[in-house]
Design a protein around this ligand. Structure first.
Ligand SMILES: Cc1ncc(COP(=O)(O)O)c(C=O)c1O
Length: 394
């Protein structure tokens, strides 16, 4: 008789750690599931709800990965903090993009995508009960790291009458960390150098660390430019900036990002990383070096593409009276709900009746109510089609 493992009749339920319960609800997962169900039912769904770049990674970057993949140096564990040559490329990129001089050895940490870096920052700096300021509306992944650290959030509202800059009358001088993000997801706005200076002064006055998310730094429209925290006086001391190859080079699946700034914070991030994981695959970092230091024409072409998609949607929407302020940057449009419905009600009706996925603004925070976020990661014809479908409803 073979030995049989007896199964228990009533297994003890698995009880997750308290930190799992503290995680914020994944607001958009439900929406994505609904869209997927409709697609499987055979509907022609246009997904404008997610910011997943739709274009291919430039060929020179793919070729760099292909040749680096055969390099046996990268088949082993590489230094836990990543390739020094990658850090040097990040420094060269900061110099050419923003005129900022940094020391690659002290000012740069390599991240397996900026998403995980944003969480690592909260884990490295926040104790339970500490407070971190977040933009509202804002990128939800800031919340996850803060909650995993057992810390609390303070919202800085981004309202239209302040040009979607954080309302600093809500600044919390006792907080430990402040996240901000320009070009902004979800509002598509930029911030001026003077705004950065104001925040840096407050942060230095109150001993608060700034975390600036520059994920969309390259994606700015109508000749406007993004500002780097590190390019402003005191910026490098006041905090760190997150950058990524995901959006500029259509490399969202490759998982490569960078934290750059205050060397003490960079060191804490690297100590934490040493415990959590090994650095990104060396061949991906070699491709990242090619992305940052190789030809940059693809970035310009990509920005032009997003800008003309933006204009196509806005023009189509205007035909039926939906006025959408043009984004200054990022891959999103922040659109006032054109009916008396809440953002969720409007998005659900558009999905149910016209099979277009929009992201309700309230998913990005309480202040996001009254808006839907529309992503520019669909083709011009899909965007025009989506606008026409929405027009039919109004
Ligand atoms: C504002 C913002 N920051 C960070 C990220 C994360 O980028 P990645 O993890 O791909 O570097 C995203 C992704 O959508 C984002 O919108």
């Amino acid at each position: 008789m073979p030995f049989m493992i007896q199964s228990r009749t009533s297994p003890k339920p698995i009880s997750p750690a308290d930190r799992m319960r503290a995680l914020p609800q994944q607001f958009f997962a439900q929406l994505v599931n609904k869209a997927e169900t409709l697609r499987q039912e055979g509907y022609d769904v246009i997904n404008l709800g997610q910011g997943n770049p739709d274009q291919a990674t430039p060929e020179n970057i793919v070729s760099a990965l292909q040749s680096a993949a055969t390099d046996s140096r990268y088949h082993k564990y590489i230094p836990f903090s990543g390739l020094q040559s990658m850090k040097t490329a990040v420094a060269a990129w900061y110099q050419s993009r923003y005129g900022v001089t940094i020391d690659p050895a002290r000012h740069v940490a390599i991240l397996i995508g900026s998403k995980i870096g944003l969480q690592e920052l909260s884990l490295a700096l926040l104790n339970p009960g500490d407070r971190a300021m977040v933009p509202d509306p804002g990128y939800p992944d800031y919340w996850s790291g803060i909650r995993l650290a057992g810390a609390d959030m303070v919202s800085l509202p981004l309202e239209a009458d302040l040009n979607f800059l954080p309302d600093l009358s809500h600044w919390d001088p006792k907080a430990k960390l402040a996240f901000f993000n320009y070009p902004n997801n979800p509002t598509g706005r930029l911030a001026s150098g003077e705004f950065f200076d104001e925040v840096i002064n407050l942060a230095i006055r109150d001993g608060i660390t700034l975390a600036h998310d520059l994920a969309y730094g390259d994606i700015t429209f109508d000749g406007k430019q993004a500002v780097s925290l590190l390019s402003r006086p005191g910026g490098i001391e006041a905090g760190i900036e997150f950058t990524t190859v995901s959006k500029s080079y259509n490399m969202a699946g490759w998982r490569l990002g960078f934290a750059v700034g205050n060397p003490e914070i960079i060191r804490y991030l690297e100590i934490l990383q040493d415990h959590l994981h090994c650095s990104q695959f060396g061949a991906v970092q070699q491709a990242g070096i090619e992305a940052l230091t190789g030809p940059q024409d693809s970035v310009k072409a990509l920005v032009n593409r997003y800008q003309s998609r933006r204009d196509a949607f806005i023009n189509e929407a205007k035909k039926f009276g939906w006025q959408i302020p043009p984004s200054e940057g990022s891959i999103f449009m922040w659109c006032p709900v054109p009916t008396k419905e809440t953002a969720v009600e409007f998005a659900e009706r558009v999905l149910a009746q016209e099979k277009v996925v929009l992201a309700p603004g309230s998913g990005f925070g309480r202040v996001g109510e009254g808006y839907v976020r529309i992503s520019l990661t669909a083709s011009t014809s899909q965007l025009i089609d989506a606008a026409q479908r929405i027009g039919r409803l109004l």
